[in-house]
Design a protein around this ligand. Structure first.
Ligand SMILES: [Zn+2]
Length: 319
């Protein structure tokens, strides 16, 4: 039911019905719709610019969390890299120096990194790509370091065998030693009466004092000879050989393995000898070398001083 609207007419002093034309009605309807539309669109723009949609907010929070966790991961990679660097430094500056090996140069340590980095080009996110490249470099350096440590281990095994084989101790203990004849080279033979090379050292000690193998090796000869009497030759490998003469007797046989410090015989006076002593020789690559040069590593200062003191007491050899 339509309700009639009235308006007061001052001229006629009456309330008269309001007549609304269809055109006015359409105009008012249009104005109403225009205002409503404007307010609606404006409100929507304001809302969108002020408040993020619920889904996007959650996504942003996840992203921020991931970034934070990524930074933690990256720091862990950095820490691992620093630790590896310390290991590489120790390898180059300590282990390799001790074992007479050249340090690895940087190009060797970074070999193969370039090719692997190319794989990271397909990774879209910079943070992920950066961490991937860092991890690849780390992996490569670890592989090189593992190979290096393997090489060090092999070299150490070789060197340990070589060090154990060196004739590095005295063949007669200082407690038994009464005199050391340090003459090495040309000298007058005490029995033959002419000058000839004396190719070793003479350790004067009581008859029966033990004689020790001075390094690991195998007995190549254990027999009697006119000049050296009961003698033992030990082959140490690495070009080194030792010879022990004038024993009362030897207690090893040819082909037997001996260890440094093992008793191989006893001091005697057999062969061309003028008194109980051990004639001791060291050969390197078939050439006689002065044995005294090998003792220094094995003696403490006091022992070495005693050796020199005893050596200075005599200028003759006993052959
Ligand atoms: Zn001698």
């Amino acid at each position: 039911m339509n309700r009639m609207r009235y308006i007061y007419n001052a001229e006629t002093c009456k309330y008269e019905p309001v007549i609304v034309s269809p055109k006015d009605a359409a105009k008012k309807l249009f104005q109403f719709l225009a205002i409503t539309f404007t307010l609606g669109v404006g409100g929507l723009i304001y809302f969108n610019s002020t408040f993020a949609p619920v889904d996007e907010t959650i996504q942003t929070q996840i992203n921020q969390g991931l970034k934070a966790e990524w930074q933690v991961l990256y720091k862990q990679l950095d820490r691992a890299s620093d630790q590896l660097h310390a290991l590489e430094h120790n390898d180059d500056q300590n282990y390799r120096v001790i074992l007479d090996l050249e340090p690895l140069d940087q190009s060797q340590r970074e070999a193969g990194v370039g090719g692997r980095e190319k794989a990271s080009e397909s990774i879209m996110y910079p943070l992920v790509r950066q961490a991937y490249e860092q991890a690849e470099k780390l992996k490569n350096r670890l592989e090189i370091e593992a190979q290096s440590l393997q090489q060090l281990q092999e070299e150490l095994n070789k060197k340990e065998k070589m060090w154990a084989s060196r004739p590095a101790i005295q063949p007669v203990s200082n407690k038994d030693l009464t005199r050391l004849h340090t003459l090495f080279g040309l000298r007058m033979h005490p029995l033959l009466g002419y000058v000839r090379p004396h190719n070793g050292l003479d350790f004067t000690a009581p008859q029966g004092a033990p004689i020790y193998a001075t390094g690991d090796g195998s007995v190549s000869i254990a027999q009697y000879s006119e000049s050296l009497g009961n003698m033992v030759f030990v082959d140490h490998g690495f070009g080194l050989q030792t010879r022990y003469g004038h024993m009362t007797k030897s207690i090893v046989h040819a082909g037997e393995r001996v260890k440094r410090g093992q008793v191989i015989g006893y001091v005697g006076n057999t062969g061309t000898s003028v008194g109980p002593h051990l004639h001791y020789e060291v050969l390197y690559q078939g050439t006689y070398v002065n044995p005294i040069n090998f003792f220094q590593r094995d003696l403490n200062n006091r022992e070495y001083e005693k050796l020199i003191e005893i050596g200075s007491q005599s200028v003759t050899s006993l052959d």
